[in-house]
Design a protein around this ligand. Structure first.
Ligand SMILES: C[S@@+](CC[C@H](N)C(=O)[O-])C[C@H]1O[C@@H](n2cnc3c(N)ncnc32)[C@H](O)[C@@H]1O
Length: 293
């Protein structure tokens, strides 16, 4: 685990030196600025200044900067960066973003991550690496910490298991472990979010059943439309490989049929809350309804 400061800081200092390099023609090949205006070029990866988040019809990102957020299983940290550049601009200190991989592995797997991490660090986001979503407390600084929202976007063990049943089971174990661990870090009214493709084999993971095993139930299901998160670029667990990976979010658009042309993927953010809380809210609603009759 790499904690904010120390090794991370050293790496980011190196990153800043790199960004000041110029190419043979004297052109700046990389430039890092704080916040939304960041423009970075590295290994042909460009992060353009993200425009404000788009609403699609009634759909808007289910987030507010007032909520303390823990992100787990980040890939290149572009989701965290998108929120920081838009929704969390006013409260970056409310965000903690983590990866399962160590900092070294993150940089190796995702060439664009170093610049993004630099921006997050400068913005005041808390960063940790080597955080297991199914054992969050093992990251010492997170022990005892509670959050309003805990997010795991497109979880996948990425173990390359060819047998489909075993692959599904391995991912179910990850999700079940995540629910159990996240509950220990969730405020009483908090929510656990999982973004997932709404197609086979992901539907076979049965995440609602896995949630109910932990006394959680679904509160909402919001379409995950990549353009609602400007700058977000989905990454696979194996890392960025330009022979099979796509720079943007084509992976998420696959299987969306005609919707893909309109930028709408077949993915959703599933929000879960405690069953007990859901029951209380429902009773309260019923009582309020009876009163007004
Ligand atoms: C398909 S990638 C998605 C990455 C990123 N969330 C995104 O949306 O681009 C799956 C991610 O799950 C992470 N992962 C796998 N096992 C994990 C675990 N036990 N704890 C936390 N993250 C894990 C991988 O490291 C990888 O970053």
């Amino acid at each position: 685990m790499a904690k904010k400061g120390g090794r991370l800081k050293n790496t980011l200092l190196k990153s800043t030196a790199y960004t000041k390099n110029k190419n043979a023609k004297g052109q700046i090949i990389a430039q890092v600025k704080k916040g939304p205006s960041m423009i970075a070029k590295k290994d042909a990866v460009t992060i353009a200044p993200p425009p404000p988040p788009k609403k699609r019809g009634n759909v808007k990102p289910p987030y507010s900067h007032h909520q303390t957020m823990l992100l787990v299983g980040e890939g290149n940290f572009s989701f965290a960066n998108s929120l920081i550049s838009n929704i969390y601009v006013e409260a970056p200190e409310n965000m903690t973003a983590t990866s399962f991989d160590t900092l070294e592995v993150v940089k190796e797997k995702y060439p664009d991550a170093e610049v993004i991490l630099n921006n997050l660090e400068e913005s005041g986001v808390t960063l940790f690496h080597g955080v297991d979503a199914s054992n969050i407390s093992k990251c010492k600084p997170l022990k005892g910490k509670k959050f309003d929202i805990i997010v795991f976007n497109f979880p996948h063990v990425g173990a390359g298991i060819k047998d489909q049943d075993r692959n599904i089971m391995a991912n179910q174990e990850l999700i079940a472990g995540f629910f159990k661990s996240a509950l220990q870090h969730l405020n009483p009214n908090g929510e656990i979010h999982i973004a997932l493709k709404n197609s086979h084999p992901y539907t076979n993971w049965n995440i609602k059943l896995l949630a109910s095993n932990q006394d959680l139930c679904m509160k909402s299901k919001t379409p995950f439309i990549p353009s609602m998160y400007p700058g977000y670029a989905h990454r696979r667990t194996i890392g960025f490989d330009d022979r099979i990976s796509t720079t943007e979010n084509e992976d998420l658009m696959r299987g969306a049929g005609a919707d893909a042309a309109a930028g709408v993927s077949n993915c959703f953010t599933f929000a879960f809350w405690r069953l007990e809380l859901a029951r209380k809210q429902s009773q309260k609603k019923q009582a309020d309804g009876n009163e007004s009759e």
